[in-house]
Design a binder for this molecule. Structure first.
Ligand code: ZN
Length: 372
């Protein structure tokens, strides 16, 4: 099997640096990420004796400080090796232990190759979370405050930064889920630090979380835009939703439109294993509870609804997962609200109640409708 993927050309004279790699093990698959300083062309191959996958990255040079091999031994991959195969080719080899299939996607800005290798177990459908008797189990939730470190996210007209607001709301949410709903809470970050988007999902998968909640604050070029919306991962034709995903993925709108086509296979996965339906239920619970509780104290709460778009941070999350945009930092009034402790408390409480309502079905706030 030889497949060639073209993701654009680089000048022949200038080689692309392969700057390093990272990997995360979860139950169903191992995620390997190769960091690059520009777009590349590559080929991929599987060969046996011993069973391995290899990727030839064209017109590339391996940075000097990259470790040539690492033992993984997680039941899916034995080992990973990387080397300068010839003058212009860097070869990445994954020695397989238990293999069913693999997918490669390219995340952009910065460029990185995200290789997910699935074991046989990884293709089993997600168990039905509606079954009785699960309610008393302790649920594990991964809370993901967006951005951080040198990535401030959206910045309001008065200078309030998304990374700070969402971290605070995330901590409040975590405390509530622990105290009120007896959940186990894990944060992708609990301080002002940068974490790549693909790592956030990998954290949730490796911790075998029951839910994944990514928290963000919105921004729009229309200063009057305001309101609250909750997203799930899916393909979209809606320009505004695409704009939001582009901003959260750190891409231009034009690039975002291209990315949708390239990530089609991920969406096929999504259809197959029922995560979309569960994510949608979680999204409706969170969105509805946010709107109903905020309207008690604030008279101008706009319900932008449950929407879908292609967020890198939700790609291949193995559990119901949503991304919440908790108001618009670009709107003066909402920036002011987001700067207030009381509003942040209220939002955290509302999200917690939404997650709680999803986790304990009898308390469902509203039935999900199909009209998104
Ligand atoms: Zn954001």
């Amino acid at each position: 099997m030889l497949l060639v993927f073209l993701f654009g050309y680089s000048e022949a004279s200038k080689r692309v640096a392969v700057e390093g790699y990272r990997y995360w093990s979860s139950e169903g698959y191992t995620r390997v990420v190769i960091n690059l300083n520009d777009q590349i062309e590559f080929t991929q191959n599987r060969i046996s004796n011993p069973d391995r996958l290899y990727f030839d990255l064209k017109n590339c040079i391996l940075s000097k400080d990259v470790t040539p091999s690492v033992s993984i031994g997680d039941g899916i991959l034995k080992k990973m090796r990387v080397g300068q195969f010839d003058n212009g080719t860097v070869r990445v080899v994954l020695d397989l232990q238990k293999f069913e299939r693999f997918n490669v996607v390219v995340f952009k800005n910065p460029y990185r190759l995200v290789i997910d290798v699935f074991s046989e177990k990884g293709v089993e459908p997600v168990p039905d979370t509606k079954q009785e008797g699960k309610i008393s189990e302790i649920k594990r939730v991964v809370i993901d405050p967006g951005h951080g470190g040198n990535d401030p996210g959206a910045i309001g007209p008065r200078g309030l930064m998304e990374k700070d607001v969402v971290l605070d709301v995330a901590k409040k949410l975590g405390a509530l889920l622990k105290d009120k709903y007896n959940m186990e809470v894990i944060f992708t970050r609990d301080r002002d630090v940068f974490i790549p988007l693909e790592e956030r999902t990998a954290i949730a998968n490796s911790k075998k979380a029951d839910f994944f909640i990514s928290i963000h604050a919105n921004a729009s070029r229309r200063k009057a835009a305001r309101g609250i919306e909750t997203y799930i991962l899916n393909w979209t034709t809606d320009e505004e939703s695409m704009r939001v995903a582009a901003r959260e993925n750190n891409l231009s709108l034009a690039k975002m439109k291209k990315v949708q086509g390239e990530l089609q296979m991920i969406l096929d996965d999504l259809e197959r294993d029922n995560k979309k339906g569960e994510s949608m239920k979680l999204a409706y619970n969170v969105q509805n509870l946010m709107i109903s509780s905020l309207t008690q104290d604030y008279n101008q709460v706009i319900d932008l609804g449950v929407k879908q778009a292609l967020f890198y941070v939700l790609v291949r999350a193995e559990m119901p997962s949503v991304l919440v945009e908790i108001s618009f930092l670009s709107n003066r009034e909402e920036e002011k609200l987001l700067s207030q402790n009381k509003y942040r408390d209220k939002i955290a409480e509302a999200i917690a109640n939404g997650v709680g309502a999803y986790a304990t079905p009898p308390k469902l706030a509203k039935k999900p409708s199909d009209n998104i």
